[in-house]
Each structure stands twice: as structure tokens, then as C-alpha cells.
Design a binder for this molecule. Structure first.
Ligand code: ADP
Length: 257
């Protein structure tokens, strides 16, 4: 971790977690949840104790991407805590596991509910908590980052959306909060067909981002039908194909966080 978390800075519910990593994007649909989930299962495969907090209230994708047996969160009424569900050893919290009534909340209410869900969960001892952030850099994101002392942030973007304005917004938010952005993932950067490599969204902006914003690592994640199929099937690609090209990319990302 780039920054130590001191126990006294942490809300009570997070005190047993060593590293809290935000996976963030400026827009929806760029692959943020795909990166968050595959990063989490890669870290678990490396031997870490891992949890995922899906903070995307309006479009929670964790319930589609993983298939735990128990699909509803359980409340410990006596302690007023929430027990996460679990799939292949990774602890999971998502609004998609919370039942009805989530989509009609307004911003300030959303922030309160996110913070409550995050800090009253019985996470137990974790090496990493991966937070799948809601897309954007607005109030909900800022409040969340203020409550949770993040150790690192990973920014996900796609090549055509890799405008400096977008990445800059994310970097600026995290640097205000003194959270190091350790990596940018440039998703859907290319695909291979007929022995050729295609760059449907253009190429070349990645290294500029690394230089301009001083982000130490840039990862290219290719377009892979298996990535979207595994996202829909409930078994992350890194679990389904641990020796594959995608798993190697996530192993390198795992080392950075
Ligand atoms: P976000 O969390 O940013 O909204 P998702 O991770 O949900 O984005 O991805 C959006 C859709 O694109 C999903 O259906 C996902 O399976 C698919 N997808 C993401 N990255 C890739 C990729 N590299 N190759 C193929 N499909 C992808």
C-alpha cells in the first residue's frame, strides 16, 4: 500500500481492513465493475482475504457478475450489523442484494445509505476491500472518499473516452483527498481477428496520461467476448480461465495495488 491506514482514522466497521482500493470511472459502461470484480478475485487467488463493496446504487452489477448461493444480505438484529454474502471466498456487499426500494433515493440519502452499509458490515479481517465506485466524481463519490480512508485508486477508462478532462477529473478528486492513483486501465483498447490487431477506438493516448498525471502504471485490457460472457454468467473471467491473457493482466494490476 502507498499510504498506511491508522486504526483510529477508520470508522469502526472498517478497522479490520488493511487496504481499501477504489475502482473508479468518470462514465458508466467503461468496464469499471468488470475491473473491480476481476481484480478482487485475482487478489483472492494470490492468497489475500478480499471483499467487494459495490457502491453503485443505481446500477449494481455485482449480482450479475458473481453468483453467490445466498443472494440477500442478512441483518444481525442484535448487533445492528450486516453480514455480507460470499462467493468463492470473497465477501460481497451490493445494493443488488438489498431487496427493494433502492432506485428512488436522492443524492444525500444515497450517500448516507452507502456509508451506513459500508461501515456497519461485518467484514472481518480483510487484506483488501475493493470498492466499485458509482461512476463520476460528484457528491456521492466525494462523500464516500471522505468517510473511507482509501489506500489507492484505480481509474478505468476507454481509449476514446481517455480524454484528459475525464482522467484529470478523477485524478483531481483523489489527489484532493491525498489518495494515490496507482493505475489507469484503458479498457476495450483492441481486439484480434484474422491474425490482425484492431484498435476500434483509436490508440496512443495512454502514455500521455501516464506522463501528464504521473500515474505509475497503465494497463491495456483488450475487448474479449469471454470477458462479457463471464460477466453475465456469474463467474469472473480470472476464475474461469486463471492461466489466460486477461488473468495475467489482472495479476500485474494486483501487484500495483
Ligand atoms: P461499468 O461498471 O463501467 O458500467 P461494466 O464493467 O458493467 O461497466 O461493463 C459494461 C459491459 O461491457 C458489461 O456487459 C461487460 O461485460 C462488458 N465489458 C467490459 N469490458 C469488456 C471487455 N474488455 N471486453 C468485452 N466486454 C467487456
Amino acid at each position: 500500500p502507498a499510504r498506511p491506514i491508522y486504526a483510529e482514522q477508520l470508522p469502526a466497521g472498517l478497522q479490520t481492513i488493511s487496504n481499501i482500493v477504489a475502482v473508479s470511472s468518470c462514465k458508466g459502461g467503461v468496464g469499471k465493475s468488470t475491473v473491480a470484480v476481476n481484480l478482487a478475485y485475482t487478489l483472492a487467488d494470490m492468497g489475500a482475504r478480499v471483499g467487494i463493496f459495490d457502491a453503485d446504487v443505481y446500477g449494481p452489477s455485482l449480482p450479475t457478475m458473481v453468483s453467490p448461493e445466498n443472494r440477500l444480505l442478512v441483518m444481525n438484529a442484535e448487533k445492528k450489523t450486516i453480514i455480507p454474502t460470499e462467493y468463492m471466498g470473497v465477501k460481497l456487499i451490493s445494493f443488488g442484494f438489498a431487496g427493494q426500494g433502492r432506485a428512488i433515493m436522492r443524492g444525500p440519502m444515497v450517500s448516507g445509505v452507502i456509508n451506513q452499509l459500508l461501515t456497519t458490515t461485518e467484514w472481518g479481517e480483510l487484506d483488501y476491500l475493493i470498492i466499485d465506485m458509482p461512476p463520476g466524481t460528484g457528491d456521492i463519490q466525494l462523500t464516500l472518499c471522505q468517510v473511507v480512508p482509501l489506500t489507492a485508486a484505480v481509474i478505468v477508462t476507454t481509449p476514446q473516452k481517455l480524454s484528459f478532462i475525464d482522467v484529470a477529473k478523477g485524478v483531481r478528486m483523489f489527489s484532493k483527498l491525498k489518495v494515490p492513483c496507482v493505475a489507469v486501465v484503458e479498457n476495450m483498447c483492441h481486439f484480434d481477428a484474422d491474425g490482425k490487431r484492431y484498435y476500434p477506438f483509436g490508440r496512443g493516448s495512454g502514455s500521455q496520461v501516464v506522463q501528464q498525471f504521473g500515474i505509475p502504471h497503465l494497463f491495456d485490457l483488450p475487448i474479449r467476448p469471454t470477458l462479457s460472457a463471464s460477466g453475465d454468467s456469474g463467474m469472473p473471467e480470472v476464475v474461469a480461465d486463471p492461466q489466460g491473457e486477461v488473468s495475467k493482466i489482472f495479476q500485474n494490476l494486483g501487484v500495483c495495488v
